[in-house]
Design a protein around this ligand. Structure first.
Ligand code: CP
Ligand code: NVA
Length: 313
């Protein structure tokens, strides 16, 4: 793959990438997974360094970045904001300038999208959004990869996100679906509807790709879905809303009965994880045969490696 058009670029949201580029990254992810299955050892990040800045907890994202970079000969450095000066004694701009002098790339997980944007603006190196309150772009590339492993090209397939329709994962699925022509329905109570401004931004890419983007409060809207997706009812940083969300979202649990409402025998279940079994998803479903969540978690590593290979080579 010719990575020239990716070189030096950050990934803050898929809004900044065109459909052809996203498809190229999916192809590269597939190749990376095949290499991994074949036990092929490459050293494509030798001599490179990666700063992993975390304001919030992580298992999958941290492990995916750290192992993907390290096994290719790169040196990842984990920097929790409990330890570094960022947010305490130093501005984001100044931290970015310093990281850019020492690292080949930076991953950021935290609260504000503006922080990851500032890191990208001032570091001079590629910056990867490993989750903010607004977006989780590396997650949804792995989600599309998993969907395509089951059904082939996602264009024209139907994905339903059931749960907190305004969260970072739902927003990112909305963007990537609009770009790739995947029909996407958000099923959520009206008070948790996705931001109309984001839907507006997705209108043109959806018109171009043929994606139908819908928002519904009715769980019956899962009819015809190839995949049902959910996420926790309260995202990191919203812990005080737990009781309110539980009351609001209880009728939206993804379980066997809801899977049956798709009217399709082969519908799969996706979840970015971590999951609270018994809340947004029944234990029976997530641990049962329709669940693809472990493939999805593994694909985080392959897709993240592909993103870094494309932007750092
Ligand atoms: N899905 C995901 O981002 O998981 P972590 O919070 O464990 O990184
Ligand atoms: N919406 C969740 C995703 C976790 C991977 C959160 O932000 O906590």
């Amino acid at each position: 793959m010719d990575t020239t058009r990716f070189r030096g670029r950050s990934l803050l949201t898929w809004l900044d990438y065109d459909p052809g580029e996203i498809r190229e990254l999916l192809e590269l992810s597939k190749k990376v997974k095949e290499e991994s299955r074949a036990g092929k050892i490459n050293r494509r990040f030798t001599g490179k360094t990666l700063a992993l800045v975390f304001e919030k907890r992580s298992t999958r994202t941290r492990c995916a970045f750290e192992t993907a970079f390290g096994e290719e000969g790169g040196h990842p450095v984990f920097l929790s904001t409990a330890d570094i000066q960022l947010g305490a004694k130093e501005s984001v701009e100044d931290t970015a300038r310093v990281l850019g002098r020492m690292f080949s790339a930076v991953q950021f997980r935290g609260f504000k999208q503006s922080t990851v944007e500032t890191l990208a603006g001032y570091s001079g190196v590629p910056v990867y959004n490993g989750l903010t309150d607004s977006f989780h772009p590396t997650q949804v590339l792995a989600d599309i990869m998993t969907l395509e492993e089951n059904f082939g090209p996602c264009k024209g397939k139907k994905l339903c996100f059931v749960g907190d329709g305004r969260n970072n994962v739902a927003r990112s699925l909305l963007v990537i679906s609009a770009k790739l022509g995947l029909h996407f329905t958000v099923i959520t109570p009206p008070s948790l509807n996705p931001d109309p401004g984001l839907i507006e931004l997705c209108r043109a890419p959806a018109a171009e790709s043929g994606a139908r983007i819908l928002v519904s409060a009715d769980p019956a809207a899962v009819e015809g879905a190839d995949a049902l997706y959910t996420d926790v009812w309260t995202s990191m940083g919203e812990e005080d809303k737990r009781a309110e969300r539980r009351a609001l979202l209880e009728p939206y649990q993804v379980n066997r009965a809801l899977m049956e409402k798709t009217g399709k025998g082969e519908t799969i279940f996706l979840h970015c994880l971590p999951a609270i079994k018994g809340e947004e998803v029944s234990a029976e479903l997530i641990d049962g045969p329709a669940s693809r969540v472990w493939d999805e978690a593994e694909n985080r590593k392959h897709t993240i490696k592909a993103i870094m290979l494309a932007t750092l080579s």
